[in-house]
Design a protein around this ligand. Sequence first.
Ligand SMILES: Cc1cc2nc3c(=O)[nH]c(=O)nc-3n(C[C@H](O)[C@H](O)[C@H](O)COP(=O)(O)O)c2cc1C
Length: 358
Amino acid sequence: MKLTTAGESHGPALVAIVTGLPAGLVLDREAINADLARRQQGYGRSPRQQLEQDVVEVLAGLRHGRTLGTPVALVVRNRDHKNWAWGMSPWPPEGEPEGKGTKPVTLPRPGHADLAGAMKHGLADARDALERASARQTAVAVAAGAVAKGLLTEIGIAVEGHVATQDLEQRIDEARAERDTVGGVVEVVAHRVPPGLGSYAAKEDRLDARLAAALMGIQAVKGVELGAGFELAGRRGSKAHDEILADEHGALYRETNFAGGIEGGVSNGEDVVVRAAMKPLPTLMRPLRSVDLETGEPGEALVERSDVAAVEALAVVAEAAVAFELARAAREKFGGDALADFVAAHRAYVERIQWRMR
Ligand SMILES: Cc1cc2nc3c(=O)[nH]c(=O)nc-3n(C[C@H](O)[C@H](O)[C@H](O)COP(=O)(O)O)c2cc1C
């Protein structure tokens, strides 16, 4: 399974192509749109979220609600594009400049891709970098994640993301009053993941490495931990590992899950538990110091409509990223061109290892 996305923050639309799905999976349009709506909610978001009200369109790979086993093309349109029609026109715009995005961005924001992107690509207008670097693209990744969750449901796996930060609303209120921003921590838990997803054979196949890359691939995520994570470094071994016990029927279980459901890069049958730390958002209403790339003069960084916090949104985006990676690992393990083959392979496997879902 693979996800490829395209799209700029204020361009016409965001696009995702998901390959590697089996045929016969029923997609739930309401469930996908519900996840898109969840991504837009949360305390501290900017008014843009009311403007967008994202909905998914499917352009390919689906017939009468069922996957065809061919690439699925998903589209989320940017309703705000109408205000940027000239500034973000894919083709040379006609007529006089009007609307937003008509003036070049020359005061890069610290913490954004503005400066590094402009230098890397030789851009006179940092907008050419920031439009794609923006987390707006996570909308279509959430749609793809909702598709992945639908596939995982077929083999009993449920993935759920939530905020792990205390007193978030109060911190947001205080930051907003001072025209500042905040970050936070989110946690994603995947239930009923069978033992055996991922591999210890090669570093790129390790499930822990793959989940870390999936989470680190989300804008503003600067730290990832699995299970007890960083805290494990300070513990004794006797207090850091999950002892293996057998119940009266011989079924194996653990009383603890410090490992976060992965040992040796392979899922071990416990809940997979990962956390991601989000830095404070870098667009500040009281801007940080910057330098004008055109004149070399000191100035203040670009101010553009922006969230005070997006931690609750990150919980949804992280949930989608974990779901997609787990679905990918499950497709590798159970294969199948038809959904029924995939489900049957999972069933035969859990019977062979006598794994009891809890
Ligand atoms: C769901 C979500 C929403 C975000 N919203 C904003 C925002 O409104 N303003 C902002 O400056 N950064 C926002 N960010 C973070 C930036 O996109 C990110 O910091 C920037 O692209 C630079 O990438 P980096 O932080 O990974 O280095 C958001 C991130 C996520 C995951």
